[in-house]
Structure formats: structure tokens, C-alpha cells
Design a protein around this ligand. Structure first.
Ligand SMILES: [Zn+2]
Length: 230
């Protein structure tokens, strides 16, 4: 009831006061058409309210039925958005924070790939810096030949992931697995940036070693034996 609230002269009036004196007693004498309509609607609803006179007023959030809090307002502000089922996997693992942020942006398709930059008129071409295909998140992190050679190494003889989504559903089933995947993705991205920004064509082996270092510097040395030897 935003229009009606803008006409209020007693915004903190209690429910008991309003029930005894009427809602109109807390409003300016002249209401706009919209505010009058809102007043009629809320007056109808108030007729159904049964007050318990000895119970003090308490404010409750409409959606959580709990006391208003920053968390409640935050959750309510984003309740219209779809929940990412992998969000917990991205944030609850042993990877370094910058690695988590990178992977979250990748999942949201917010990485500044050439494809995305081109769509925002920030670069003249959407093409991958390493081949002739468009560089979107799938291509950059999974399908480009430079990404595939890194994945081949870490797949240990098994199949490489077929897409970025497939990677999350098939390989990120535990916090340790997720940490490994995120460190690999992070280092594929860094290898790409070395090429784009420093004109350095780093060998695949360096990405593999850097990915391993990302694990080692995290608090999960225990997973090292799970990895193939260099
Ligand atoms: Zn490519």
C-alpha cells in the first residue's frame, strides 16, 4: 500500500490504535484516488481481524513470519530469482576465494569472454584467441582444444567433460571433487589470460602444475593422492 503509506501522519501507530480510532485517523485529510482505493481495500481486510487486546504488537516479515532482519529483507528481495542448485557446491569447498568467485561468475555466464564482450560492443570479434570458434564459457573452459588438453590430463584416461554444465553434474559430487574441478577451470582461465594480455603461450604442463599448486595451497592436501602423476 505505498500510496496510502505516503499519506500517513502516524507511520508507527499500533494496530490497537488503528482498530479503536480507524485507519483514516492516521492519514492526511485529502487522499489521492489511488490512496482512497487502497484505504477501501485495507479497511475490508481489517474487518476480519480479531485483536487480542492484551498481546503487544510485534512486527513480522510477511514471507518468513519472523521478526524483520537484514537476512529476511535480502532473501525477500531475490525470491523471484531462480535458485542455482550448485550454489552450495561452488561456495562450500576448499578452493581459494578468488577461485570460487571466478567459478561463480562462470556459472552465471558473466565471464568477460570474447563472445560476451562482443555482444556488449566491447571487442570487435567474438572469436577465441586460440582457434577460429566463438569464445563463450563452454568453449573457453571445456571445448577449446587448449582446455581439452588440460582436461585430458586430469581425466586420467576417462572421458573429458562434454560441456560446462556436464562438468558440474558429473564431476562435482563432493567438496573435494568440486575443489579439483574449480582449480582446473581457474587455471584454464589464467592460461587464456596470459595469452590475451601478456602474449604468453603457456604450455599445457604449466596449467596442470598451477592447478595442482592451487590444490596444495588449499587446506586439502589429502586429495593429492587422487590425482594422476605429472
Ligand atoms: Zn578456442
Amino acid at each position: 500500500m505505498p500510496a496510502l503509506f505516503s499519506h500517513s501522519v502516524r507511520p508507527h501507530a499500533s494496530v490497537l490504535f488503528i482498530t479503536l480510532h480507524g485507519l483514516a485517523s492516521t492519514l492526511t485529510p485529502r487522499l489521492t484516488t489511488v490512496a482512497s482505493s487502497e484505504l477501501a481495500d485495507i479497511s475490508l481486510e481489517l474487518q476480519l481481524v480479531n485483536l487480542r487486546p492484551n498481546t503487544p504488537d510485534s512486527r513480522l516479515c510477511r514471507y518468513t513470519n519472523k521478526k524483520p532482519s537484514n537476512k529476511g529483507f535480502y532473501v525477500n528481495s531475490f525470491r523471484h530469482l531462480q535458485t542455482d542448485e550448485q550454489a552450495r557446491a561452488v561456495w562450500s569447498n576448499a578452493a581459494p576465494l578468488e577461485c570460487k568467485i571466478f567459478n561463480w561468475l562462470a556459472r552465471r555466464h558473466r565471464l568477460p569472454t570474447n563472445d560476451r564482450q562482443h555482444r556488449h560492443n566491447m571487442t570487435p570479434s567474438p572469436v577465441c584467441p586460440s582457434c577460429s570458434l566463438d569464445e563463450d564459457v563452454d568453449h573457453l573452459l571445456v571445448n577449446c582444444f587448449r582446455a581439452r588438453e588440460v582436461w585430458r590430463f586430469f581425466s586420467n584416461g576417462g572421458a573429458s567433460p562434454s560441456s560446462f554444465l556436464d562438468l558440474w553434474s558429473s564431476r562435482c559430487r563432493s567438496p573435494a571433487d568440486t575443489t579439483i574441478c574449480m582449480a582446473i577451470l581457474w587455471n584454464i582461465w589464467k592460461r587464456r589470460n596470459a595469452l590475451v594480455f601478456n602474449a604468453k603461450d603457456e604450455p599445457c604442463l604449466l596449467s596442470q602444475k598451477n592447478a595442482l599448486r592451487t590444490f596444495v595451497y588449499g587446506p586439502i592436501n589429502v586429495i593429492i593422492p587422487l590425482l594422476p602423476p605429472l
